[in-house]
Design a protein around this ligand. Structure first.
Ligand code: SF4
Length: 867
């Protein structure tokens, strides 16, 4: 290494394949100078190849007296490719213009690197090759006409200028860390050599590398062992540099970070090189979400606004906004006009309403189309109006992310060079796409442990190196030729990812580089991924195998195991809440008793803690809305009919009209905004009409009766607990006795649900207790297409199919009174055991599992029984 660094004199430009290696070499150079006890030294010219090309170009244009082409930035190039593809005939068949443009751009870059002309006869072989040929022609034409220069053509331009002596190349170029050079770069270096430049290629070599391979159980075990190995060196050798290389790091970044953080218990010790899309940073995602709100906003989108911490006064109005969200979800509204909703919102969340009003006013004030620069300013204004990024102070990562956002807006504004003014919607979509394509990683302090991807690590020197993921399915990777370049050309010219042989050769070179990058090197692979068995890659098969025991690592426990091991278990039976007091009103009516019977904890959580699940709007009407519609329609019908005789006297036509009229009335009270879902509601009315018609035919078969009450609100006192009730219907039979009816729209109704110590449907038994003297029976009225029927119990045979006479009605009433009063007392006294009546059935759809922790309880019971 020292020999290499000695060559970095003032006349030398050192070029690397990536920024990381350039930074490492600069640091090593400084360390070496200090080691030599020098007090001052020249700054070495070390930079990545791409930066050198751009710098050379900038130096040239700063000195040029004639007009020079504009070097496009990556966003401008992408935009240009998209525009070209969008306006060609192929675009009709393309679903993803952006992705296709990305692929075409990378094909174009490969063509330039491998110096291939799209006029090559092989480009006429397939539609895809021809398409690229046409797009590339247009791209070149536009660049020539507008005097633009793209990055793929930049080296060729510099070759011309060096050849013409317009650019003077450095006296000496040292290439470090390159696995291969494209023909385009080789040509550039040859031209430089012809002009007197000395070109030299070097590698950071460790002569006596100790290399081993290791097999680990799975990828988690592999990452964890790697992290523990790194930790042991980190602790025992304070100056050692450690490289941890992971193929596909961009997709596994979060998992790797989690494992290393768990092992190191802090994040400052290591540095992960893979960034993630700027759009995936919450503060940026929120900004783009706000900009996309539009005039009509979906409930989902607005829920995001209400719960976002990145808006003004988000902390101050947090609870109010959460309540608005909950209420909005209950309405089953899918979308609404933002401007009209603001007035309603202002009654609950005044700050948010004010900000949204400013936002709406500003959006409405925009003219149809604007330049990108103007949109960038408008977006800033809109976000400022909303109070983005919120009132919390930003942490370091968020602060850097905000800086990246500003840089993105600046780049967005440069699209004016290549594009015409656009609409608000198109401008937001373009900005979002750019954010998605921008990889960003907040800067972290320098760390001795570097976690890198394969290409980034190649050529970088370390003291210790671990390369993971070298199984036979991953390494070498499957070939992936570019679909727009003739395969034969890619094969013949041995282009990147063209063939399996090419991948093998390339990976072999990388392996050779790795083997010289450190003094101790570990290559690893997992024995399985998901359910797939894995073998060692053929490239590491011949390396001496070791096991993790050879590392002599100190014992390790995962955070979960640590917590579990540190537990000091104390059992507290806390299943009784404070008793209610007389002045507390419990809403929920009969549901309280129902829940208490099904699971005391559920009743306690729902009616005393108010732990209700948040609703999510459904397409069409929810079951509860349909039920409500049916109840309203039947209420209207029986209020008009009043008795069985009137029903019998109506002609079919009159009955049809009555049903239609009552459904209309019901719709008005249940669904005020009919116009929003007119077609759907029309179908629902037809369905309801058929159902009610059939049901009234069944009612006609009964003995004469008179409807006594319909949808009556009443209350019942069970010891200290007073419960509100709404009784669907009470009929007075010919003998003056009452039959209580409860409408049900489902099929699974059974009188057995009234007959246990924990009745699943206690409503009707409870109603029966209101007037035990005069109540002769209770019944479900099951309104289900094709299965209309009564299901009930009565004192005597009522001659109604489905209602059975019980042996001892007064005894049954007494039993119900005892059972229901006990349930009521239990609830009042705070009995809140996690005790589902039937764990499989009762818990199946219950949303309180995370609160009652029934699953954890089962696990603990299991542990106690089996350990
Ligand atoms: S999940 Fe089961 S045990 Fe838990 S509250 Fe619901 S019904 Fe009760």
């Amino acid at each position: 290494m020292d020999d290499m660094i000695k060559e970095f004199d003032a006349d030398t430009t050192v070029l690397t394949p990536n920024r990381r290696l350039a930074a490492t070499l600069r640091k090593r150079f400084q360390a070496w100078q200090i080691q030599q006890e020098k007090l001052c030294w020249h700054t070495p010219d070390i930079l990545p190849m791409t930066s050198w090309l751009e710098r050379t170009w900038l130096e040239y244009i700063s000195q040029s007296s004639t007009s020079t082409p504009l070097l496009l930035n990556l966003a401008q190039e992408q935009f240009l490719w998209e525009k070209i593809i969008l306006f060609t005939k192929e675009s009709d068949r393309l679903l993803q213009i952006s992705e296709t443009a990305e692929l075409a751009k990378s094909a174009w870059s490969l063509l330039r690197q491998w110096q291939i002309d799209t006029h090559h006869p092989l480009f006429s072989n397939t539609e895809d090759y021809l398409a690229l040929h046409r797009w590339a022609e247009q791209f070149q034409t536009q660049c020539n006409e507008k005097e633009w220069l793209d990055h793929a053509s930049l080296p060729d331009k510099i070759v011309q200028l060096v050849d013409l002596n317009t650019i003077t190349p450095p006296k000496k170029i040292i290439l470090i860390g390159f696995t291969e050079l494209s023909p385009q770069l080789k040509k550039l270096l040859t031209v430089c050599e012809n002009k007197g430049t000395k070109v030299k290629s070097m590698q950071a070599v460790h002569q006596q590398a100790e290399t081993h391979r290791i097999l680990l159980k799975d990828e988690t075990d592999e990452m964890t062992t790697m992290a523990r190995w790194a930790l042991s060196i980190f602790v025992s050798q304070p100056n050692a540099t450690i490289g941890c290389v992971i193929p596909n790091l961009d997709t596994s970044r979060d998992r790797v970070r989690q494992i290393f953080t768990a092992v190191f218990k802090k994040t400052e010790a290591f540095n992960i090189s893979a960034g993630k899309s700027l759009l995936n940073y919450p503060v940026i995602y929120a900004a783009l979400h706000f900009l996309q709100l539009g005039k009509t906003v979906s409930r989902d989108a607005f829920s995001f606004v209400l719960s976002s911490p990145f808006l003004g006064e988000a902390e101050r109005e947090r609870i109010r906004r959460a309540n608005v969200d909950r209420e909005l979800r209950q309405t089953n509204i899918h979308s609404f006009c933002l401007a009209s909703y603001i007035e309603n919102l202002s009654q609950h969340c005044a700050y948010l309403a004010k900000r949204l009003q400013q936002y709406v006013d500003q959006v409405s004030a925009h003219i149809e189309t604007q330049s990108y620069r103007e949109w960038a300013n408008s977006f800033n204004d809109l976000l400022t109006a909303l109070g983005w990024p919120g009132e919390r102070s930003l942490n370091s990562e968020e602060y850097q992310t905000m800086e990246a956002w500003l840089a993105l807006l600046t780049e967005f504004a440069t699209l004016d060079y290549v594009a015409k003014p656009v609409s608000f919607r198109d401008a937001v979509l373009t900005l979002k796409k750019m954010a998605k394509n921008t990889m960003f990683q907040p800067k972290t302090p320098d760390a001795r442990i570097q976690i890198l991807g394969v290409l980034e690590a190649a050529g970088s020197p370390f003291d210790y190196l671990w390369v993971a993921g070298l199984d036979d399915m991953t390494w070498p990777p499957q070939p992936k030729p570019n679909p727009f370049i003739p395969k034969k050309l890619q094969r013949d010219l041995c282009m990147p990812h063209a063939t399996a042989e090419r991948e093998l050769t390339f990976c072999s070179s990388l392996m050779e580089q790795f083997k010289q990058s450190a003094t101790q090197i570990i290559f690893s692979h997992a024995s399985k991924r998901d359910e797939m068995e894995l073998q060692a890659s053929p490239l590491i098969k011949n390396i001496l195998e070791i096991t993790s025991k050879d590392f002599r690592l100190s014992p390790y426990q995962t955070p979960c195991e640590n917590i579990f091991a540190a537990k000091q278990q104390e059992t507290i039976c806390d299943n009784t809440a404070p008793a209610l007091t007389q002045d507390v009103t419990i809403r929920g009516g009969v549901s309280v008793i129902k829940q208490q019977a099904l699971c005391p904890f559920k009743a306690f959580a729902e009616w005393r803690l108010h732990a209700h699940e948040l609703e999510n709007p459904l397409p069409g009407m929810r079951a509860k809305d349909r039920g409500s519609l049916l109840h309203h329609a039947l209420d209207q019908i029986w209020k008009r009919l009043e008795n069985h005789a009137t029903l019998m006297n109506l002609s079919d036509n009159e009955l049809q009209e009555l049903i239609i009229d009552c459904i209309e009335q019901a719709c008005l009270s249940v669904i005020p905004a009919l116009h929003e879902r007119a077609n759907y509601i029309k179908l629902e009315k037809q369905r309801l009409h058929r159902l009610l018609w059939d049901w009234l035919q069944l009612e006609k078969t009964r003995q004469p009766f008179k409807m006594l009450t319909s949808e009556t609100q009443t209350e019942i006192q069970l010891n200290q607990l007073k419960l509100n009730m709404r009784i669907d219907r009470i009929d007075e039979l010919a003998n003056g006795k009452k039959l209580i009816i409860d409408y049900k729209t489902g099929k699974h109704n059974d009188v057995s649900s009234w007959l246990s110590d924990r009745p699943e449907e206690p409503q009707l038994p409870l109603y029966a207790l209101l007037d035990t003297e005069n109540t002769i029976g209770i019944t479900f009225a099951q309104l289900t297409p094709g299965a209309n029927c009564f299901k009930g119990l009565s004192q005597h045979d009522l001659n109604i199919k489905g209602i059975q006479a019980t042996v001892d009605w007064p005894e049954q009433l007494m039993q119900w009174k005892t059972i229901l009063t006990k349930l009521s007392d239990d609830f009042y006294n705070g009995v809140a055991d996690v005790d589902p009546k039937d764990a499989d059935q009762t818990c199946q759809w219950c949303k309180l599992k995370s609160l009652c922790r029934i699953n954890e309880e089962s696990e603990i019971t299991h542990d106690l029984l089996f350990n």
